[in-house]
Design a protein around this ligand. Structure first.
Ligand SMILES: Cc1cc2nc3c(=O)[nH]c(=O)nc-3n(C[C@H](O)[C@H](O)[C@H](O)COP(=O)(O)OP(=O)(O)OC[C@H]3O[C@@H](n4cnc5c(N)ncnc54)[C@H](O)[C@@H]3O)c2cc1C
Length: 660
């Protein structure tokens, strides 16, 4: 039976499996690679960008809103706004709990079934209307976004919509539309970014009608409050070409199934009211009909689900950006120091300009991606990953700048401000709540790896076998043929393009930025090709080179989205948007120039060497004169950096050095 959070079960130590039980690097890569969507059925602006081709036609004109959807969304968004205006976010941050009556109100207005089709009782709204709702929610409280978004962006309804059978939809959608909270359970103690380490198993019963799930899931958002989970578990390996292949399958699991236990409710730096927990599954019997999509397709399902699921977070970040901009604008006008409002001092003024420009770009990116997802016939996987990475990082800088502009008041809690009669502006809470955006739903590093993998995919498919030591002679010859057909045309034409001539005139003052994007896209395409030629198979290990290329691509996408949105808004009479897009593009160009200048930085290697020395404890002398921040690890492994004498330490150091 399911138990509630805070059960009397004594806390189990985090079970770190010995290294021998963890997936090897090759296994981890194979699992990730087999879950990749390999085909590009539909076009993608970003994919083209990495190939040095600026296909503005793919995003311009900005996909229009559906007026019918907008009209249907309006009453809901009005109700949500009224609800949020009286929602006691700071009190909830203190108590760490969103009261049931508030959750019930959200259920009644349909907030848990925003995208669930109307035929099942949901609001049936578009992705764009959904992210607008989430943007508004985040401007008030990130923990409430976590509740609604974990349920709908990554929880049961999204994969159900994409992959569910008719029977599954009939069974679960009506419950979700009425407000059943759902959760997504992938992460485990040893499976964070790397799902190959997953140890939760789902074993078929003898008659094959059921699966028995055993394992433990970590950090499951909504886990302590949900009535339905999507659980990822390992089903029996599939043997292909004599080799066993790990299979991960997605199951819908009812919280009331015997054996489902909520072991702990977990607590974090921010999002104090997030209902996140360790969920244990002990001999949990789940019918085969509850498999989503098919056996062995769980990881791919998670990735595909996240393509659109991931679009909520960029919109949330834009919502947070807007909330911070308002705080900074009001404070920088009101606060007088050194004889002037602080917004008149250039250092603060520059921050405010950058915040406004970045917020505009963040909204442009988030809305463009969602509008493209709604339009269909467009592959948004790369755009969504960039939106997640770019908006979370830009948003974090905005929160940081707001705190700086608020000075000491930025660091003070809302309650403390109120206690001495000041406006309780919760920048301190916003900062605590925001930070996790760079980690969950794909950390910034994992997003960059994902984007980089796709950025080089075309070159890999075309020519990799030429240098691949595992390729057969026939494969090498075929690759050579492909390369000879593609590169003699593609490469020379990456040196010349529209951006060298007067062009994009319809964009008025922004045309210069689009010409730059066109030129920079070709430069990027060439640079990625040069990196391939230079590093060959080793390129996949050159994370810094790849990450800089990804950053350039992300900035170019954000510039394009900002120009396209500003153009659309200017046509509707909002000409001020042109100023914001212009400012954003000027800033982005500077960042791009730095990334190009350092693309093959000579500092990467010495820094990598230094990091390995640090990891081996060779610079532990630098850490003298301090006391450890935490007690020793549960396994009793002493910290080698602090002079630990643990016998295993030598092995750990040897492994870190790559000689173990
Ligand atoms: C508040 C909260 C809510 C969450 N909600 C959910 C949820 O609802 N469902 C769920 O399944 N999970 C959830 N998670 C888990 C979350 O998705 C993971 O924290 C995330 O995937 C990262 O895993 P990890 O923390 O184990 O980091 P690790 O994988 O251990 O990574 C540690 C660091 O190393 C970096 N790193 C890892 N591999 C590489 C590499 N190959 N190259 C370069 N850098 C690398 C990472 O980017 C990170 O910075 C949640 C976590 C938190 C804290």
């Amino acid at each position: 039976m399911a138990t509630t959070a805070g059960s009397s079960t004594p806390p189990a130590p985090a079970s770190s499996a010995p290294p021998s039980e963890l997936a090897t690097e090759k296994e981890a890569r194979d699992v990730a690679e087999s879950a990749r969507e390999t085909e590009w059925e539909y076009p993608s602006f970003v994919r083209e960008l990495f190939l040095g081709r600026f296909r503005l036609d793919l995003i311009h004109p900005h996909p229009p809103e559906d007026p019918a959807d907008e009209a249907r969304a309006r009453p809901f968004l009005d109700k949500l706004k009224a609800f949020l205006e009286r929602y006691p976010a700071d009190e909830i941050d203190l108590t760490g709990h969103i009261p049931e009556e508030l959750v019930q109100e959200l259920r009644e207005m349909g907030a848990f079934g925003i995208k669930v089709p109307t035929q099942y009782g949901g609001l049936g709204l578009s992705q764009l209307s959904y992210i607008r709702a989430m943007e508004m929610v985040t401007s008030k409280d990130g923990a409430l976004t976590a509740l609604l978004s974990a349920s709908q962006s990554i929880g049961v309804p999204q994969p159900l919509k994409l992959f569910g059978t008719d029977e599954q939809k009939k069974k679960f959608f009506p419950r979700i539309a009425k407000g059943a909270i759902t959760a997504f359970a992938l992460t485990e103690v040893n499976a964070g970014s790397d799902p190959a380490n997953m140890s939760t198993t789902a074993t078929p019963t003898e008659d094959g009608k059921h699966f028995i799930i055993n394992g433990e899931k970590l950090w499951c958002t909504n886990g302590t409050r949900a009535e339905l989970y999507v659980v990822m578990a390992r089903t029996p390996d599939r043997v292909a070409n004599g080799k066993a292949k790990k299979q991960i399958t997605a199951f819908i699991v009812e919280r009331d199934t015997p054996g489902v236990e909520i072991k702990h409710r977990l607590h974090f730096m921010g999002l104090k009211a997030i209902e996140n927990g360790v969920i244990a599954f002990r001999d949990v019997k789940v019918p085969r009909e509850n498999i989503l999509w098919g056996e062995g397709r769980g990881l791919k399902l998670a990735l595909v689900t996240l393509n659109t699921g991931r679009l909520t977070l960029p919109a949330s970040c834009a919502g947070a950006g807007k909330a911070m901009l308002r705080v900074a604008r009001e404070w920088a006008t009101e606060r007088v120091q050194w004889g002037q409002p602080i917004g008149k001092h250039e250092a603060v003024a520059q921050k405010i300009a950058r915040m406004a420009a970045s917020t505009f770009a963040m909204e442009a990116v988030a809305e463009l991606c969602s509008a493209l997802a709604d339009k269909g016939g467009y592959d948004i996987r790369l755009e969504a990953a960039i939106a997640k990475m770019f908006n979370s990082e830009a948003g974090w800088r905005i929160v940081d700048d707001t705190l700086q502009i608020r000075g000491g008041r930025g660091y003070e809690t809302a309650q403390s401000l109120a206690s001495r009669g000041e406006r309780p502006i919760p920048v301190e809470r916003a900062m605590r709540d925001f930070r996790i955006n760079l980690i969950f739903e794909g950390s910034s590093e994992i997003m960059r790896l994902f984007i980089a993998r796709e950025a080089v995919d075309h070159h890999f498919k075309t020519a990799f076998d030429v240098v691949n030591p595992e390729a057969t002679g026939a494969q090498k010859r075929a690759a050579l043929g492909r390369a000879l057909r593609f590169y003699p045309v593609w490469y020379p034409t990456r040196w010349f393009g529209k951006g060298m001539l007067p062009s994009f005139g319809e964009f008025g003052p922004l045309a210069t930025h689009l010409r730059y994007v066109e030129r920079a896209a070709r430069h990027l395409g060439r640079s990625i090709f040069h990196a391939m030629m230079r590093f060959r198979q080793k390129l996949e290990r050159k994370q810094m080179v790849l990450f800089r290329a990804v950053d350039i691509g992300a900035e170019l996408f954000a510039m394009s989205a900002a120009c396209v949105r500003a153009h659309m808004l200017a046509q509707k009479g909002q000409r001020e948007a042109l100023t914001l897009a212009d400012a954003f593009c000027r800033e982005a160009k500077q960042r791009i120039a730095v990334s190009f200048d350092h693309l093959f930085s000579e500092h990467d290697e010495p820094l990598y060497k230094l990091s390995q020395q640090v990891l081996r404890g060779e610079h532990a002398w630098l850490e003298q004169g301090i006391v450890p921040m935490a007690p020793p690890s549960p396994e009793g492994r002493a910290d080698p950096a602090l002079g630990g004498q643990d016998p295993k330490a030598k092995t750990v150091r040897r492994e870190a050095a790559g000689v173990g």
